[in-house]
Design a protein around this ligand. Structure first.
Ligand SMILES: Nc1ncnc2c1ncn2[C@@H]1O[C@H](COP(=O)(O)OP(=O)(O)O)[C@@H](O)[C@H]1O
Ligand SMILES: [Mg+2]
Length: 378
């Protein structure tokens, strides 16, 4: 790494040193908490990096030698494409860029609260133009044309996660994440996601504020930022459980049990159960391990509000996260079995299923024929 000859990357949270990462000769990440952090901090990935002395070495898989919690800081899909284009523009081979350098490129601009130093900034501050221009350029880059304002796109969306083009933008004191259409999306994907978010809120899900910008771009208020700009620690289910989000690696039973183990709060378990019901009933089958997150704030973990809810056919027509073993055609019985396994009473589970179903039928039925009629029985 050019500006970091020692090859040591510091991890920070709210300006405090959490620990340090180096690469082993095999290109695996080795991480150690700092002594100061051990005495007064918290485990940034409770199941994989418990708060204790000593060096942790990451496995090769599923994060190419990285730890899940740091892998969460790296852009995937869209953001990675932008960074790689930017590296190419600077005549650097993206394949030769190590995980540590990629984290240094993220620097203090990542999602969640972790920051990495020394930074390796790829772009200097540029002015962000209007959303329509950014959306057009985002479309251009997907069709292989290098847009004129690559730097601007990198600055606005280079550290975001997820596959779709997106920008992270401040409006006054508020931090928003705004998504654009990916090539394979229907034309009105933004409006669709907005309708889903409204239905989800009505169905009792914990949803951040959402807006349709300029009548077509879906925006969600970032829950990893507080109104005063403070950063909130965020950990995806993928990172918590070492679950590859590209493969159907999860079952809601594991996710519900992990939520209970992490948060020790049955209210959070119910929150996830309701989200699962919504995903099943509204046919959101893109419910992979990076589409669930947890937040750490004021000394405790909670399930993050819901995001990325939209009609999705799913890989091979299946839910990425199975419902009590069933990915293809989960029914009310599967939902109830999942409830029983985590200790949610049939009465409470049926009430939640009923509330979600009622809203989905009233607000989203046009997305769901014929699925909804199949499911009328529960
Ligand atoms: N309101 C939000 N606040 C904070 N982080 C968010 C919010 N919405 C999404 N994210 C984060 O951004 C990532 C990408 O968003 P997502 O809606 O999943 O986009 P995509 O459709 O590209 O997958 C998510 O995996 C999550 O980490
Ligand atoms: Mg997503």
């Amino acid at each position: 790494m050019r500006n970091n000859p020692q090859g040591v990357l510091n991890v920070l949270y709210h300006e405090r040193q959490v620990g340090r990462i180096v690469l082993t000769p095999e290109n695996l990440c080795a991480f150690e908490y700092s002594e100061d952090w051990i005495s007064g901090g918290f485990a940034i990935s409770p199941f994989k990096l418990p708060l204790q002395k000593g060096v942790f070495i990451a496995k090769r898989s599923p994060f190419e030698g990285n730890f899940g919690v740091f892998n969460d800081s790296l852009p995937d899909g869209w953001g990675r494409l932008l960074i790689d284009r930017m590296l190419l523009k600077k005549h650097i081979d993206p394949a030769a860029v190590s995980i540590l350098t990629r984290l240094a490129i993220v620097g203090n601009g990542g999602m969640g609260a972790l920051e990495y130093r020394p930074e390796y900034p790829l772009v200097s501050d540029t002015m962000i133009s209007d959303l329509a221009t950014l959306a057009k350029e985002a479309e251009a880059i997907q069709s292989e044309r290098i847009p004129d304002n690559l730097e601007e796109l990198v600055q606005a969306g280079g550290s975001s996660g997820g596959a779709r083009p997106k920008v992270l933008i401040k409006f006054g004191a508020e931090d928003w994440l705004i998504k654009f259409r990916a090539g394979i999306d229907p034309k009105n994907i933004g409006e669709n996601e907005f309708l889903y978010s409204q239905a989800a809120r009505l169905a009792g899900l914990d949803m951040p504020e959402t807006k349709l910008f300029e009548g077509k771009y879906f925006g969600t208020l970032r829950f990893d930022r507080k109104p005063n700009g403070a950063k909130v620690m965020m950990l995806s289910a993928s990172a918590l459980l070492d679950a590859d989000h590209r493969l159907p690696a999860l079952d809601y039973n594991d996710l519900l049990a992990s939520t209970l183990a992490l948060t020790r709060d049955f209210g959070e378990v119910e929150k996830l159960f309701r989200l699962m019901c919504f995903n099943v009933l509204s046919h959101n089958r893109d419910d992979h391990a990076k589409n669930f997150s947890f937040l750490y704030d004021e000394g405790k973990w909670s399930l993050a509000p819901a995001y990325d809810l939209v009609y999705a056919a799913g890989l091979g027509g299946e839910h990425a996260t199975a419902v009590d073993g069933e990915g293809r055609n989960p029914t009310g019985e599967h939902l109830l079995r999942a409830a029983a396994k985590i200790g949610l009473s049939p009465r409470r589970a049926n009430k939640i299923i009923g509330e979600v179903r009622e809203v989905v039928q009233a607000k989203l039925s046009r997305f769901l024929k014929p699925e909804i009629s199949e499911r009328n029985s529960f």
